[in-house]
Design a binder for this molecule. Structure first.
Ligand code: HEC
Ligand code: HEC
Length: 497
C-alpha cells in the first residue's frame, strides 16, 4: 500500500496526530491491536502488515475478515467474521493525507521531523520520494474511488481487482470501470471446506483466490506491454499466503453464547429446524454437511456442497452480477497470448487468466514441490482426458449466486451479497417490509432479529436501499412468506448453528 517509513511519519488529513494511530483509524472500523508486540512496533491496528525487508505497509486478510461485536456493552472478538471496515473511505483519507503533506511547508517540516530527515539534502530527497509516491497514490485512489459509497463492511473487491490488473498493471486507462457494486465481506470459517467460494462462486483454488486478492489489494503483477521475460512476475508472497490459508483452517463458526446472549428455546429451535428443512435446506447446506461426490475429484476429496441460484431467479440486486458479466477488457501484447490473441475478452476470463499466469510464475519461482502445489490449490482438481489432474472450473456462464451454509450467521449481518438487509427477521419478511434506509457501522448485536443494531447514530453510514447497487429486493422464500412466529422459530434455529 505504501512505503512503511513514509507511512510511519504521516499525519492525519487534518494535520493532527499520526495517521497510523489506532484511535484515528477506528473511525473507518479498524480494531486496535491486542497490546504491545515486538511484531508490531508501530502499534498499528489489526489487519495491517509490515514487510520490513521490502519497506512496505499493507493490509492483510484480518483487516476485512475480523469482527468485534458488542453484547450488553461487552466486546467479543470473532476471527473470520466480516469486519466493520470502510475500506474505501480509509483509502481516500490516506490519499488526502499524503497530498496535504506536500502542499503545506509547515506540514512537510513536521513530516520530515517525524521521519528523521534533519538536513536540507535529506529533506529534499524525502520530498522527492513522497511526491513520486503521491503521484502513484492519487492515480490509484481515482481508479478505486467508488461511484456508489460502500460504507462499513463492504467493498467492490472484484471491480477493484480487475481495474488493478486491466488498467494499472497493463497501463491501459481505457479499461477503467466504475467501482459501483460493493459486496459484503463473507465469513471465512468454512471456506477452506467449501467446494467454490465468492458471492458468485467462481473460485475453487485457494491460492488462485488469495493471489487474486493480493493483486487487488495493492499487489502488482507485470502485465506491461514490453514485459517480455518479466511477464506475470508479481509481488505475491506465496509462502506467506499459504500460511494464512492454513490459519483459515482453524477458524470455527462462532457459537451463540447463551450466558451472555440469551438462552435458546429448544422447542422453538426444533420447530425452526423443521421449517428450515422444508423451506431453506434445499439451497442452504447445514451441518452435518452434505458433501460433493468423491468421484468428481481426481484425489477422491470431498467438499461442502454449496447452492447455486441464477441471480435473476433470486431477484436480489443485479448490479454486482451484471457488472461482472457485462464488463469487457482490452488485452495487450503481454496478456493477449493467454486468450488466443483476442484483443478484447470478458472481464472474468481476463481476471482468471492473468491471476493464474501470475500464480503459476510465482509457484515456479518459489520452487514448490508437486505435492505442495496440489495442496496450495486445495486439491481442487478433476481428471482430464489424459488422466492428469485439471483445476476445477466454474460452471459457465457464471450467472448464479452462492447459497452458502449459514453457520454463525448471527455474526455476519447485514445480509445478502450487497449487505442490503439489516436483520435476518427482515430477510425472512416480504421485501416490502424491509427497511428502506438503515445505518451500518454499529457493533451491538440485535439479539432478537439477528444482525447488528442499525439505527441512526454518530459515525454510522446511512444505507439507502433505493440506490442502484443497494437494492434490498428478492430472496423471498418460501413463496407466500413465513408468519411472524415461523420467522422467530427459524431465527431460534439459526442461533443454534
Ligand atoms: C479489502 C478487504 C479484503 C481483504 C484485505 C481480504 N478480503 Fe477476503 N473478501 C473480501 C470481499 C469483499 C469478499 C467478497 C468478494 C466477492 O465475492 O465478490 C471476500 C471474499 C473472500 C473469500 C470467499 C469466501 C466465500 O465464502 O465466498 C475468502 C475465502 C477470502 N475472502 C479470504 C481472504 C484471505 C485469505 C485474505 C488475505 C489473503 C483476504 N480474504 C483479504 C474482502 C477482503
Ligand atoms: C432457491 C434457493 C434458496 C432458498 C429456498 C433460500 N435461500 Fe437463502 N439464499 C439463497 C441465495 C442464492 C442467497 C444469496 C443471495 C444474495 O446474496 O443476493 C441466499 C442468502 C441467504 C442469506 C444471507 C446470507 C448472508 O451471508 O448474507 C440468509 C440468512 C438466507 N439466505 C437464509 C435463508 C432462509 C432462512 C431460507 C428459508 C426460509 C432461505 N434462505 C431460502 C438461496 C436460497
Amino acid at each position: 500500500m505504501m512505503p512503511a517509513d513514509l507511512f510511519a511519519a504521516l499525519e492525519q488529513p487534518d494535520g493532527r496526530g499520526r495517521f497510523g494511530a489506532p484511535d484515528f483509524l477506528a473511525q473507518f472500523g479498524f480494531l486496535p491491536p491486542d497490546g504491545d508486540s515486538p511484531l508490531n512496533p508501530d502499534g498499528y491496528p489489526i489487519g495491517f502488515a509490515v514487510d520490513q525487508e521490502a519497506n512496505q505497509v499493507g493490509l492483510t486478510c484480518a483487516a476485512c475478515h475480523t469482527a468485534e461485536v458488542e453484547v450488553n456493552g461487552e466486546r467479543i472478538r470473532i476471527d473470520g467474521a466480516p469486519a466493520h471496515l470502510d475500506f474505501d473511505s480509509f483509502y481516500q483519507a490516506l490519499a488526502q493525507a499524503v497530498a496535504a503533506t506536500l502542499v503545506s511547508p509547515e506540514r512537510f517540516q513536521r513530516f520530515a521531523a517525524n521521519f528523521g530527515a534533519e538536513d536540507e539534502a535529506a529533506q529534499k530527497a524525502l520530498q522527492a520520494r513522497l511526491a513520486e509516491f503521491n503521484l502513484e497514490l492519487t492515480g490509484d485512489a481515482v481508479v478505486r474511488r467508488p461511484a456508489l459509497a460502500s460504507g462499513y463492511g463492504r467493498v467492490d473487491a472484484l471491480t477493484q481487482i480487475i481495474n488493478s490488473l486491466a488498467v494499472t498493471d497493463q497501463s491501459k486507462p481505457e479499461n477503467l470501470y466504475p467501482v459501483a457494486a460493493p459486496t459484503s465481506y463473507p465469513p471465512l470459517w468454512l471456506t477452506p471446506e467449501l467446494e467454490f467460494v465468492q458471492w458468485i462462486p467462481i473460485a475453487a483454488s485457494p491460492i488462485a483466490r488469495n493471489g487474486g486478492q493480493v493483486l487487488g489489494v495493492f499487489g502488482h503483477t507485470d502485465l506491461s506491454s514490453g514485459a517480455a521475460e518479466n511477464a506475470f512476475r508479481s509481488t505475491m508472497l506465496l509462502r506467506n499466503l499459504q500460511e494464512m490459508e492454513d490459519w483459515l483452517q482453524v477458524l470455527k463458526p462462532p457459537v451463540w453464547d447463551e450466558t451472555r446472549m440469551g438462552k435458546i428455546d429448544p422447542e422453538l429451535r426444533d420447530r425452526g429446524a423443521e421449517i428450515f428443512r422444508e423451506n431453506c435446506a434445499g439451497c442452504h447446506n447445514m451441518a452435518p454437511y452434505e458433501r460433493t461426490e468423491p468421484e468428481v475429484n481426481h484425489f477422491g476429496e470431498t467438499f461442502i456442497r454449496i447452492g447455486r441460484v441464477d441471480f435473476r431467479k433470486v431477484g436480489t440486486d443485479p448490479a454486482y452480477p451484471m457488472s461482472l458479466l457485462t464488463r469487457q477488457v482490452a488485452t495487450n501484447e503481454t496478456t493477449a497470448p493467454l486468450f488466443g490473441d483476442r484483443p478484447i475478452v470478458p472481464a472474468l476470463e481476463f481476471f482468471g487468466g492473468t491471476v493464474q499466469a501470475s500464480v503459476q510464475r510465482a509457484i515456479a519461482e518459489a520452487e514448490f514441490s508437486e505435492e505442495e502445489i496440489l495442496a496450495l490449490n486445495g486439491m481442487r482438481f478433476t481428471t482430464g482426458p489424459d488422466g492428469k489432474p485439471v483445476p476445477y472450473t466454474p460452471e459457465q456462464p457464471p450467472t448464479y449466486l452462492k447459497a452458502g451454509p449459514l453457520a454463525g450467521v448471527w455474526a455476519t449481518g447485514p445480509y445478502l451479497h450487497n449487505g442490503s438487509v439489516p436483520t435476518i427477521y427482515e430477510l425472512l419478511s416480504p421485501a416490502s417490509e424491509r427497511r428502506e434506509v438503515f445505518w451500518t457501522g454499529g457493533r451491538a448485536l440485535d439479539l432478537r432479529r439477528l444482525g447488528y443494531e442499525s439505527g441512526d447514530a454518530p459515525g454510522r453510514f446511512r444505507f439507502d436501499t433505493r440506490l442502484p447497487g443497494n437494492g434490498n429486493g428478492g430472496h423471498e422464500y418460501p413463496e407466500g412468506g413465513l408468519s411472524h412466529d415461523e420467522r422467530m422459530a427459524v431465527i431460534e434455529y439459526l442461533k443454534s448453528q
